[in-house]
Design a protein around this ligand. Sequence first.
Ligand SMILES: *Cc1c(COP(=O)(O)O)cnc(C)c1O
Length: 396
Amino acid sequence: MIYADNAATTQMSRAAIDAMVFHMENIWGNPSSLYEFGQKAQEAITSARAKIAKCINAAPNEIYFTSGGSEADNQAILSAAKVGAKKNKKHIISTAFEHHAVIHTLQKLEREGFEIELLDVHENGIVTPAQVEKAIRPDTCLVTIMFANNEIGTIQPIAEIGAICRAKKIPFHTDAVQAAGHILIDVQKQNIDALSISAHKFHGPKGIGVLYARKNFPLSNLIEGGAQEKGKRGGTENVPAIMAMAAALEESCANMAANTKKLLTIRNKIIDGLNKIPYSILNGDFEKRLPGNVNFCFEGIEGESLLLHLDDRGICASSGSACTSGSLDPSHVLLAIGRPHEIAHGSLRLSFSEYNSEDEVEKIVTAVSEIVEYLRNMSPLWKDKLSGKKDFVLEA
Ligand SMILES: *Cc1c(COP(=O)(O)O)cnc(C)c1O
């Protein structure tokens, strides 16, 4: 099997599995218990908090454990909205291509009377700091813009956007789920007030994540319960998962330079190979792009058919976000960068991790090229385009 869907989830690392099993077997006390056996678990998560904080240049007491990226996004956004509403500030700035954990949270707030302004991400999939500056109003209570997009991999100018928000005293949250462990995050230098992380996107377990919230970020609790996480997130801590997440993030951050180098080679060879397919186009900026992300549209193709044929050949890929598979709507991300419906349907996302190898490049390029040709040859619509009865949308 070739696994090329690392933006959906990743294989757990050896270090993460070892940390998980060790804590399941040995450190299974309740971190809130006062006896020494419980306190061992408390000490363990204290060390995990410090490790994670270090990876993003935060302070340990600004790290809150959550059930994953979705919960962290919900908590950050709903917290800022709550404080905003109290001051009658109900304007929120975001982008048109956020993850559904952000989009659907914002839609909920819109139904409650908030005004949501989604910035255009242009054809290259990048918002500009100037757009953010222009959109900020006296009643803006939050700017939330993703660090790197989960479908097309584009990296946003986070430090500059953060600087603008800081100057205007607007809380700035970023969904950094695709960035953490893959590209450099420094919450100080990048002027970030709140940030979401999910372990299973960097070889950690599913169901665990982090919300980083700077001391002055107006955090309120989503989950009522005990005094865990300074009362901001009740519930007995998932100690094994927390330990595995910390091990995975530490490893990813330590190896980031080498992993990036390897991934860029794989990514760029795949892009070169797929660019040779006629009537195809790379989605998202080439330069400001995650090192492991490839996303293409092929004219005249249904993305779902392409995926099924790739699966037959043992290649795991995606047509976009895992959250949209199962629905027939084209990706909101591809529509946001201006791809017409017809083209957006024919999308393919290949996402790599350091566990992939260069040997896989040729197999993938050959498989995609052959399947695209096969599917086009079967399509009456394609025949109409070849005979000139219908126009091509993309260039040959
Ligand atoms: C995967 C992902 C999420 C959701 O994280 P979970 O831990 O699966 O809830 C949120 N945002 C982005 C950008 C993602 O890629």
